[in-house]
Design a protein. Structure first.
Lengths: 291, 291
């Protein structure tokens, strides 16, 4: 069993980005600049955004955190987005999700200039992704492709089973893995809550991407010997033995599944850290396009 | 075995569109207006475009055929597209493919105003489709969904196997069928030229969409009893016994596969006629949005 170590791989990628950034800045280019809009003060969102800001600093990027009140009107939020859209100092920006309920999330994502949409959530970028045209790939699927590539996991002609059909992970993963690309050319099955006999399907999989958000859902009896397992889930589970009162669980029952796996991502330290690295990669791409 | 009769179903849809169009025109709305750009005089393309023009007339639409020289420059073609983009009399338009080799097809499709892109080929519309947002669905997949719905073919929780990963049929079909929609909620497997043991997969399918472009590829030994088969292929095969010297073959060996099928589309008269009906439906939608 080989651990797909997202932590060390993402550090390596961030290091590569830092080196490239330094070279570009030495040549006179302004440093890449990522902005993040955070509405309210949700604990998890704040943690994610802070991690992104910190990663920017390490890579030699500039970053701006726009922290808005939980009570901001949709109109004012759209105005903030327009400011970033037109600000020539900002190469790319993200709107940290989820947004408060009184705001139409889709409307907000549609307002982001696709050329600055480094999360790859705007329909124009989703469409380019589906058409296999150059674009900002959504960070989590992009990170998974990168992990598979760097660990040289064979994907061509392999059967990939994706569990979950979210717009952020499951759906784009299924699209990307079926395309002609290094980590791709796979036969892909997308499964979800309506799928019958899921186990019959996962037992056929050479590669499983678990992205349904149910802790420890995928168990050893559902996978075949030699499988590659990508665990996208991350859920806090109450645990009195831990200082902070919880532990993090993925969608995969790691202890049992890992025994049958050729490759498997841990949680934490698998897909999660890759996501931030790919966000930086997209931001660097946006900056390079600018100049 | 029930024939999924695209000819009669599409006639019914066209009739419904004609009735709705008449009602709208009676209320004072200008008739929907579809334009088609045809570059050169490729026989098949001309046939398709003429069929579209004829269908417009039947539905009470106006239509404009812009027939340009095979030698037109990319720049001039883009200018023609811009004319249609800005012409308030045109609700929607299509660029008949394929285009001559000196023209960048992708660049041309990107130039079409997404609000007039009734073929649903622009990345923004492809992205909206992938995100399950309201948009112009590409006509062939849209026609297949409509056929499945009108014949009340059960799709929820069923295993759909798509053969072929083209941007026009295979890829969007696999995306749409996995979504929450009437003809949808399926477990979907997308297969293609790199897929190994295809037969093992098609034998598990409740519904097969064959869109690979190899005549009579899908044979009876590859399907299970009670399958639903959608045949998207249409190839001319030399046949001396026919007056015009050819017959039309689908991707499915109809004679043998139909014996094991619950539902199956014929070729011709299956998916083909549905495509034009859905193009009209998209054009009507564009016209209604305008007013």
């Amino acid at each position: 069993m080989i651990l797909l170590d997202g932590k060390s791989t993402s550090n390596q990628i961030k290091e590569e980005i830092a080196v490239e950034t330094k070279q570009l800045v030495d040549k006179g280019m302004r440093a890449p600049h990522l902005a993040a809009i955070l509405v309210g003060s949700n604990g998890a969102s704040l943690t994610y955004v802070n991690a992104k800001v910190k990663a920017c600093a390490k890579a030699g990027f500039e970053s701006t955190l726009v922290n808005l009140s939980e009570e901001i009107s949709e109109e004012k939020l759209l105005q903030e987005i327009e400011n970033l859209n037109t600000n020539p100092e900002i190469d790319g920006f993200i709107v940290q999700l989820p947004l408060p309920k009184h705001i139409d999330e889709q409307k907000v994502l549609m307002a982001v200039n696709p050329d600055k949409d480094v999360d790859g959530f705007h329909p124009t970028n989703v469409g380019k992704m589906a058409l296999n045209l150059p674009t900002f790939l959504p960070a989590t699927p992009f990170g998974i492709l990168e992990l598979l590539e760097r660990y040289k996991v064979e994907t061509s002609g392999k059967h990939v089973v994706v569990i979950g059909r979210s717009h952020i992970v499951g759906s784009p993963m299924s699209i990307l893995m079926s395309q002609k690309r290094t980590a791709g050319n796979s036969t892909v099955t997308i499964t979800h809550s309506r799928t019958k006999n899921l186990k019959e399907i996962t037992l056929q999989a050479d590669i499983i991407v678990a992205a349904l958000g149910i802790p420890e859902f995928l168990t050893a009896d559902m996978v075949k010997e030699g499988v590659t397992v990508i665990d996208v889930g991350i859920t806090r589970i109450a645990d009195d033995t831990k200082k902070n009162g919880f532990r993090l669980a993925g969608d995969v029952h790691f202890e049992s599944v890992s025994k049958k796996s050729n490759f498997i991502t841990p949680v934490p330290g698998g897909v999660g850290p890759m996501t931030i690295a790919m966000l930086l990669k997209n931001t660097l791409l946006a900056a390079k396009r600018r100049s």
